[in-house]
Design a protein around this ligand. Structure first.
Ligand code: AMP
Ligand code: MG
Length: 329
């Protein structure tokens, strides 16, 4: 079983050691106004924990006694949210007398992506509400080849949408609202394009986009279109460079923003140009989910990794390259 609680989602998944996903149940915290408030999100997680756990047990048909390992997202993420998930995990593991495995959230996104697509050794572009990274396996670890220097791509889209007064609904996140409006965009408005080496910077782009929007001399559709084109081109550029540098033969797109058709087509185009296989993950496994924690916990556990309770403190800034991943060799 895996528990995910790094940000706005509380999710519990159940996986077999062969990678069959038996359950993946999520309850998302939706702020009434503004962005994610960490303490409110954590309160949400505590409120829904027993319901989501119950749902995962029911869906999987596994009884608590049937579990062998309890995995949890140990970081990176928001402190109060992480601590709530870790507390639930410790309590369950100790009650059932089974080992605990702390999983790195970014690595879990890669592993579930590999599992679901059959990719063996991809360059991964992971773009979500809280993370923007280009990763690939090299010398025993997942190395970060490029990343955002400030805000995440999903966060950039979400803040822009809020500033524009847009509304998101259950099943239609802000990124999807922007995607739809962008389809009616006709004019490409020049916006700051900031790639620094292998990294991207998105905060200047966001500020400029919001400022133009407030001046009201651009159509919202044109702004959504231009924001997407500019931001997506930036992450595509560094992804292409990582691909050229590593010479890997697969390109995996994951994270919540991976649902975006325009981003998919840009990344697919890069893959085709380099003659590599393009893969993206079904949305339920691309967004934050408990199944990816369960599966990565299973991989780690079968390679001798366990996390004693005294080492189970959450790690807010835990970087993927700090983790040895013997199962990926
Ligand atoms: P995650 O952080 O992985 O749970 O994913 C949530 C992020 O994905 C939010 O920033 C959403 O706005 C974004 N997102 C979801 N669907 C889309 C889409 N179709 N296009 C762009 N971004 C999206
Ligand atoms: Mg989320």
């Amino acid at each position: 079983m895996g528990i995910e609680s790094t940000a706005d989602d509380f999710s519990v998944g159940v996986s077999t050691f062969d990678g069959e996903i038996l359950a993946n149940v999520t309850d998302a915290y939706v702020p009434i106004e503004g962005g994610i408030h960490p303490r409110e999100a954590a309160r949400h997680h505590a409120d829904v924990a027993s319901k989501v756990l119950g749902g995962a047990f029911a869906k999987s048909g596994i009884r608590p006694k049937g579990l062998s390992v309890l995995a949890f997202s140990q970081g990176p993420g928001l402190g109060p949210c992480l601590r709530t998930g870790a507390t639930v995990a410790r309590a369950l593991a100790s009650y059932m007398g089974i080992p605990l495995v702390g999983v790195n959230h970014c690595i879990a996104h890669i592993e579930i992506g590999k599992l679901r697509t059959g990719a063996k050794d991809p360059v991964t572009l992971y773009v979500s509400g809280g993370n923007t990274m280009v990763l690939a396996f090299e010398s025993g670890r997942y190395r970060v080849f490029g990343e955002t220097l400030d805000i995440a791509l999903g966060n950039c889209l979400d803040v822009f949408a809020r500033e524009a007064g847009l509304r998101q609904n259950v099943g239609v996140p802000f990124g999807a609202v922007i995607e739809k409006l962008a389809l009616d965009g006709k004019k490409l408005v020049p916006l700051p394009y900031s790639v620094k080496g292998m990294d991207v910077s998105l905060s200047g782009l966001l500020t400029a986009s919001v400022a133009l929007l407030k001046k009201r001399d651009c159509r919202l559709e044109d702004m959504c279109y231009s924001l997407q084109e500019t931001a997506f081109s930036m992450v595509t550029e560094v992804t292409e460079r990582a691909l050229a540098h590593t010479g890997k033969k697969e390109l995996l797109l994951t994270g919540g923003v991976a649902a975006n058709r325009r981003l998919q087509s840009m990344i697919r185009a890069v893959a085709e140009e380099h003659d590599v296989r393009f893969e993206t993950v079904e949305t339920q496994f691309a967004v934050d989910n408990g199944a990816m924690i369960a599966w990565t916990g299973a991989l780690a556990y079968t390679h001798g990794v366990v996390t004693p309770v005294e080492k189970s403190l959450v790690r807010l800034r835990w970087r993927p390259e700090e983790v040895e991943v013997p199962w990926a060799e």
